[in-house]
Design a protein around this ligand. Structure first.
Ligand SMILES: [Zn+2]
Length: 413
């Protein structure tokens, strides 16, 4: 194959991926006005329903504009040899391969973040604001951005430097060392995410003693789940949207409730949501997900190791001097159809797990409270109640509200 052919393959993958994505969004949008299923008739009143319709349409239009802009810019960058240009800048600054890679990705990441900032600003302060979701201030928005950058520079930069170093030291065997490192790092992160990363952005306080804590502990004890760490996170400083999640494992496991969840749901509904989260843990989903992601990482790195030494990757992007970082960019695009497929598979597994966690909550607590909590959460985030089945198949990590309710009602568990 010659570099020009590979270049056109890369361009074709980017365009096809975009078109498929837009087609799925279009299918989904065509069903925005579908009749609400009878089971979900009590989620919205008339006014809320119209509000949810407007919210969906506005988000659809906005994402169409954003993604079209992004793809045009991406294509232009590939077409006008942008990577070769950034590579040259990096090589003018340093002649150490590790520093060159760091500068290269630094410029690309910070550049694309600056370009996307007006869009996320608009999303937050115009769209989310209009529908009453946004609680963030401009100061907080930019502070978050700054912290995000620092975190990327320190963590992302450190990891990248280490991987390039592995590559320089061991050639194609870098993939094994990188794999081991990423596996260990992701286990470490799963354990310490809540105590190391979350505090940079949010305050977590132990749930105070009272009726809610007593109900939660009562439930945990009854279902044989050893739980002493229940935290409330101040999600309300950014958005009114509510959530709850489980993090870590072993002694590090904790339940985190958004303060917005506590405002929106009654005690039984909160316990039902937690029962669902505990179900994920008890049914080993946390563990299985980690194993799957480690295996997938190994697979990706192995494929990368087969291609990375080929100078064709660099030549396709019009860069004369082959390097790890240029190879990585070309590989990123070439691999994206595969990651699209693994993404769909992961979503499929995730939806199965959601049903299992729902079953657990139904069995150990009750279905009614979970159903009413799911309805309230959908209502308060103006969720789309009639997503198209292709969208669900490709992008949904959770079954739809209707599917979950039908499952909870029908399945004898
Ligand atoms: Zn879940």
């Amino acid at each position: 194959m010659n570099p020009t052919t590979l270049f056109y393959i890369i361009i074709a993958i980017i365009i096809i991926d975009f078109l498929i994505d837009k087609y799925i969004d279009f299918l989904n949008a065509k069903h925005f006005n579908d009749k609400i299923p009878a089971e979900l008739n009590d989620v919205y009143n008339e006014e809320e329903y119209y509000k949810s319709q407007a919210y969906k349409k506005e988000n659809y239009k906005f994402s169409l504009i954003t993604s079209s802009f992004t793809i045009l810019l991406t294509l232009a960058f590939f077409w006008f040899e942008g990577f070769s240009w950034v590579d040259k800048i990096a090589r003018d600054i340093s002649d150490n391969e590790i520093f060159i890679a760091l500068i290269f990705f630094g410029i690309i990441m910070i550049g694309s973040d600056i370009i996307s900032t007006p869009f996320s600003y608009y999303q937050n302060f115009v769209i989310e604001e209009k529908y009453g979701f946004n609680k963030s201030t401009k100061k907080l928005f930019f502070l978050d951005k700054l912290k995000g950058w620092l975190l990327t520079i320190i963590l992302g930069g450190g990891i990248l430097a280490l991987i390039v170093w592995f590559y320089l030291q061991t050639g194609t065997f870098f993939w094994i060392y990188t794999w081991i490192f990423i596996a260990v790092f992701s286990i470490f992160m799963t354990m310490f995410y809540s105590s190391l990363i979350v505090p940079l952005f949010n305050k977590q306080t132990p749930l105070e003693n009272g009726e809610l804590r007593t109900s939660i502990e009562g439930f945990a004890e009854k279902s044989g789940f050893n739980l002493d760490k229940i935290f409330v996170i101040d999600g309300s400083k950014r958005s009114t949207k509510a959530n709850a999640y489980f993090s870590g494992f072993g002694l590090k496991k904790r339940i985190v409730l958004y303060d917005t969840l506590i405002n929106d749901l009654n005690n039984d509904e909160i316990v039902a949501v937690l029962a669902h989260e505990i179900g994920h843990y008890q049914k080993k989903h946390v563990f299985i997900n980690m194993i799957i992601s480690i295996v997938l990482t190994g697979f990706t790195l192995f494929i990368l190791s087969l291609l990375i030494n080929n100078s064709l990757l660099s030549e396709a992007l019009s860069v004369n001097q082959p390097s790890f970082h240029i190879g990585l960019i070309a590989f990123g695009v070439l691999y994206s159809p595969i990651s699209e497929v693994t993404g769909i598979l992961m979503n499929y597994i995730s939806r199965k797990f959601e049903y299992q966690a729902d079953d657990y909550a139904k069995e150990k607590f009750n279905a009614e409270s979970l159903i009413s909590s799911l309805k309230k959460l959908s209502k308060n985030s103006l969720s789309n109640l009639t997503p198209h089945k292709t969208t669900v198949f490709m992008h949904y990590s959770h079954p739809t509200l209707l599917q979950r309710i039908l499952h909870l009602k029908n399945n004898a568990g």
